[in-house]
Design a protein around this ligand. Structure first.
Ligand SMILES: Cc1ncc(COP(=O)(O)O)c(C=O)c1O
Length: 421
């Protein structure tokens, strides 16, 4: 393989696949591929541009049952499968018959990303970030996190042999802390909320050489991993786009990338062009995008999060304005639900579909219900909602809500007396 140079670094040719540049989402200015995330002209966010080759459905279908089946559409080298990575993706798309019946939605699907290696969709984005960090010769793989990202970074770093340092708010759910600390001895709990942790990470990224902060200085590569959710939904529907998708929103990156994936599939001729609506789901205790959507304004006013949905607790969402645009342009909406509704959403999904989701999925399920009840969602259209994380990570959220139906003596009479049958 020949080499190219960027930011004083010698990189392998094709280190970022068919990516051609980093382009500013605000002014369009282009920057060479490297560890950059803000436009040098206007400080707008950078994202990856590509010169895609012709890709066929058959080529993709012949690929591995993980996100690398879409490697031609991601900023990763063609030999990515040789690198130790967590190989996330190609999670199940399930017909949600019972929940659909309960909510009155004719054709409902759940994309269940809780079955990824560390039980959240974050394994997808981390796999792409790890590839970029490796190609950029990073010494340390790091992140500020609301929990799931820390789990995914710590695990992927362990498997690839790169040192990891993960930063989380000190009040994070205990299971998420343990799920990171098991893979790394460098879990740092910060006294503050996610936005404070994020600020600290940006400061360290500016001071320390060779640190790849997955959602700070290699964010453009990291974010592309979420596109694979959109690709998979379309492929698993038989190379078709759904009519409606409901997606949880923290930074908003996942939602914007699912939209980007749908647009790319249309441009590449892999699916037929059609209208679709995208809906965002937030918690009332951290709903800055939902608030702006309802107020009909373009500016997003940052909030101090106060919700059990800690994985969605980003008070100043980096992609918030793009989420607003996409939801408005596609005819969707951004809705929010209370913590009680989130708990009810967790139980509803478990009791109808046998899927135990964390608070983010509880938020998405509850928002789906609210969208139906408020007439914002057309129940006759094919709808997909994304479950992004596993309920075992947020047990405390529902610990007081569910439990034994009865405590009985070990006798048949006692069982009969309990009146359960
Ligand atoms: C389980 C879960 N779902 C959804 C999200 C939202 O992701 P995004 O920041 O891309 O909006 C997160 C973010 O951490 C998460 O952990």
């Amino acid at each position: 393989m020949s080499v190219v140079e960027t930011a004083g670094q010698v990189l392998r040719e094709g280190a970022f696949g068919h990516a051609t540049a980093l382009s500013c989402r605000e002014c369009g200015h282009q920057v060479a591929l490297g560890p950059f995330y803000a436009c040098p002209e206007c400080f707008g966010p950078l994202e990856i541009s590509y010169d895609f080759p012709a890709v066929t459905r058959e080529e993709i279908e012949a690929g591995p049952a993980n996100i690398w089946r879409y490697k031609a559409l991601l900023p990763v080298p063609s030999d990515i499968e040789q690198s130790p990575n967590m190989e996330p993706g190609f999670t199940r798309l399930l017909k949600a018959h019972n929940l659909g019946r309960e909510l009155g939605i004719d054709n409902l699907w759940v994309k269940d990303d809780s079955t990824n290696p560390t039980n959240s969709f974050k394994d997808r984005v981390v796999a792409c970030a790890l590839s970029a960090a490796t190609e950029l010769h990073a010494k340390v793989f790091a992140c500020p996190s609301t929990g799931n990202l820390a789990n995914a970074v710590a695990a992927a770093g362990a498997r690839s042999g790169i040192k990891t340092v993960v930063f989380i708010p000190a009040n994070l759910e205990k299971p998420k802390q343990i799920n990171s600390a098991i893979y790394t001895d460098s879990l740092v709990a910060v006294n503050g909320n996610y936005d404070d942790v994020n600020k600290l990470a940006s400061e360290i990224a500016g001071e320390e050489d060779g640190w790849a902060f997955v959602n700070v200085n290699v964010r453009p590569y990291y974010a592309e991993g979420s596109k694979t959710l959109g690709y998979e939904i379309a492929e698993q529907l038989g190379w078709r786009l759904p009519d409606q998708v409901v997606i949880p929103v923290a930074s908003g990156s996942q939602l914007t990338k699912v939209h980007k994936a749908f647009q790319e599939l249309i441009k590449l001729g892999l699916v037929e062009e059609k209208p679709y609506k995208i809906y965002g789901a937030q918690a009332t205790g951290c709903g800055p995008v939902a608030t702006a959507f309802k107020a009909g304004v373009d500016a997003i006013r940052p909030v101090k999060p106060d919700t059990i949905a800690k994985s969605l607790a980003i008070g100043n969402p980096a992609d918030g304005i793009y989420v607003l645009d996409i939801c408005r342009e596609t005819g969707g909406a951004v809705e929010e639900v209370t913590d009680d509704e989130i708990r009810d959403g967790i139980v509803l999904l478990a009791r109808t579909e046998g899927i135990f989701t964390e608070t983010a999925g509880g938020t998405t399920t509850a928002v789906l219900k609210k969208l139906v009840e408020t007439g914002q969602l057309d129940t006759s259209l094919e709808t997909v909602f994304i479950n992004t994380g596993h309920g075992l990570k947020t047990l405390d959220a529902i610990a007081d809500k569910v439990g034994a139906a009865a405590t009985i003596d070990p006798s048949y009479d006692a069982f009969k007396a309990a009146g359960l049958v």
